[in-house]
Design a protein around this ligand. Structure first.
Ligand code: ATP
Ligand code: MG
Ligand code: MG
Length: 576
């Protein structure tokens, strides 16, 4: 399955490599210095992809798809994937997000070229973009439009009717050049003018009806400061960024399919002036990843954070990379999920249980096992010598002796799970009930002799007798044949800890689809904190590794508590 998952993209790459499409590139003495020649090691025979986030938030699982695809293809073909910040939108961008994004990509296990040197910022190309725009104006391929935004939208027409030319479309080249320069120098207010490509207001593709290239925005940019008063539109900037970096295959999501014609227009025109090298990059679209029971747009994620619906971008319920990391999802599980989800041209809605299965699969291999009692009931061993205690040895992983062992203290008072005792046993119940015998895993066989209730009728203590010659691992212990095995922790040495159990953040698969706002579909009860008793070795947990609490699921230590990463099995269908 892994091999076929990005077939249609690989076929394109294979065909280009077979034809030597990108091997024809010449480097020395070309006009329009490529941005990336400065970084050295150009090998024209190799493919180049890029991951181009806007630094206006933290990355989410949808971005992880693009990361795994772009970096994954570069790895597979021995090419390079550029890490590029598409920072052409001054107001929403911040250094905090730049740092957060880089850390998330690293955490997923990817690097951008040797020593991470292939790091780029679209804002570094502002001068090039400006110069190219001037060239377009000089060639009568762009003009300054001064219609109001409303009028401009109205005159763009619709799918049914062609657009109408702006009254400013006939401006002279000299006037356009002068106005554009003034816009750059901050002599005009936001929204006063726009630079538009001069293509065809009657084009059946609305994206070709004189699309905007530049807008006036008298705003400070997180990297270029107050230098610029105009900023390029995404659809103009992106193809230029790709071409300057000698990207070969520019992968983007399906919404951009209709814009491919303009992507090609921009770089074709600029290359025709001799300012970009051929062959030019090609845009290839693939379907977005959508995960059920969550939202993925950065705008929504930011609102969840800003309005305090979650603890922050790294809340373990968030579909962000930092959230999943904190939740305890291993990066290998996210990569496995992307392989399974595949890459297609059709829209993808994937159930979160597919991702959770990947998390379980990876953690099952690596996570040390531990005992934790989440709903405690006291078990008293009436024939165990008062004041005595001893130790049991338990493997960290039943199938992996190389992961070593840990020590479990044992005494006459233990905590067991409330559900492991029944006053009257239902059919096929093999755990504790009066008269029945079970094994305390890695400890002794015990026989239930009685129990105590409080005034309200709740069982508060279970009593039993142990068989001194039944300790696991000692000669003769196997002679005891019992059907039930339960886990436990020693009441004297147990670690009392808060444990947070998470439920889905949204109650419905597609939040907002059948409600006024996606916020109406929030599950207001998605985090439940309980007090649990843990085996004492968990006191040394650092949060770096995940544990399997036997019979309960996978858990990770996080700021004076444990949080549940996921259950042992997919339990969404059988919730009580
Ligand atoms: P959002 O608003 O949801 O955060 P975006 O596309 O505005 O998404 P960018 O930072 O511009 O966010 O995206 C960086 C890259 O990640 C783009 O190439 C984009 O196509 C890709 N990407 C974003 N969301 C998804 C998704 N759900 N599935 C696949 N790729 C995605
Ligand atoms: Mg975007
Ligand atoms: Mg977006």
């Amino acid at each position: 399955e892994a091999a076929s998952h990005s077939n249609f993209i690989k076929q394109r790459i294979d065909a280009d490599l077979a034809k030597g499409t990108y091997a024809q590139r010449r480097w020395a003495g070309e006009p329009g210095l490529a941005a990336d020649q400065a970084k050295g090691d150009i090998d024209p025979a190799k493919i180049r992809t890029r991951f181009p986030p806007e630094p206006n938030g933290y990355l989410h699982i949808g971005h992880a798809k693009s990361i795994c695809l772009n970096f994954g293809l570069a790895e597979e073909y021995g090419g390079i994937c550029h890490m590029r910040f598409d920072d052409t939108n001054p107001e929403k961008e911040e250094q905090e997000f730049v740092d957060g994004i880089l850390e998330s990509v690293h955490w997923l296990g990817f690097h951008w070229g040797k020593d991470d040197k292939n790091l780029y910022f679209a804002s570094d190309y502002f001068q090039w973009m400006y110069d190219f725009a001037v060239k377009l104006i000089e060639n009568d391929l762009a003009y300054v439009d001064s219609q109001s935004a409303e009028l401009m939208a109205f005159n763009r027409g619709s799918f049914q009717e062609p657009g109408r030319d702006s009254p400013f479309r006939g401006r002279s080249i000299a006037e356009n050049l002068k106005l554009f320069e003034e816009m750059r120098d901050g002599k005009h207010a936001d929204g006063a003018h726009i630079l538009r490509a001069k293509i065809d207001m009657a084009s059946p593709n609305i994206n070709m009806r004189d699309p905007a290239l530049y807008r006036v925005k008298n705003a400070e940019h997180h990297r270029t400061g107050k230098k610029w008063h105009i900023y390029p539109m995404y659809s103009y900037a992106h193809p230029i960024e790709d071409a300057l970096e000698n990207i070969t295959h520019s992968l983007c999501t399906l919404e951009f399919e209709d814009q491919r014609i303009f992507y090609d227009w921009v770089i074709e025109k600029i290359a025709s002036f001799g300012l970009l090298q051929r062959p030019l990059p090609q845009q290839i679209e693939f379907a977005r990843l959508n995960l059920g029971y969550t939202v993925m747009s950065k705008r929504y994620l930011k609102q969840l954070v800003d309005e305090g619906h979650v603890e922050g971008w790294d809340d373990p319920r968030m579909p962000t990379i930092v959230g999943m990391r904190r939740r305890g999802y291993p990066p290998a599980a996210i990569r496995l999920f992307m392989e399974r989800a595949g890459v297609s041209k059709a829209h993808q809605w994937i159930d979160p249980s597919v991702l959770e299965d990947c998390v379980r699969e990876v953690l099952n291999e690596t996570a040390p096992r531990r005992f934790a009692v989440l709903d405690p009931l006291k078990l008293v061993i009436t024939n165990y010598p008062a004041g005595q205690s001893e130790e049991s040895t338990a493997p960290n992983h039943p199938q992996k002796p190389e992961l070593g062992t840990r020590t479990l203290p044992f005494s006459g008072e233990l905590w067991i799970e409330r559900e492991d005792f029944q006053e009257v046993a239902p059919p096929k119940y093999f755990r504790l009930f009066p008269g029945n015998t079970v094994r305390l895993k890695y400890g002794y066989v015990v026989k239930c002799t009685g129990f105590k209730k409080d005034d309200a009728g709740n069982v508060v203590e279970v009593q039993c007798e142990y068989m001194p010659d039944s300790k696991s691992g000692t000669p003769g212990a196997d002679a005891y044949k019992v059907k039930g095995v339960i886990h436990w922790v020693c009441a004297k040495s147990a670690l009392k800890s808060k444990v947070v159990m998470y439920d889905r953040l949204f109650k419905v698969e597609n939040p907002g689809k059948d409600s006024k706002s996606y916020l109406d579909d929030l599950n207001r009860d998605s985090a439940k904190t309980i007090e649990a008793y843990l085996e004492p070795s968990l006191g040394a947990a650092t949060g770096k590794e995940g544990f399997q609490f036997e019979r309960h699921g996978y858990f990770r230590h996080d700021q004076y508590k444990f949080i549940r990463t996921c259950t042992l099995r997919d339990s969404w269908g059988v919730r009580s």
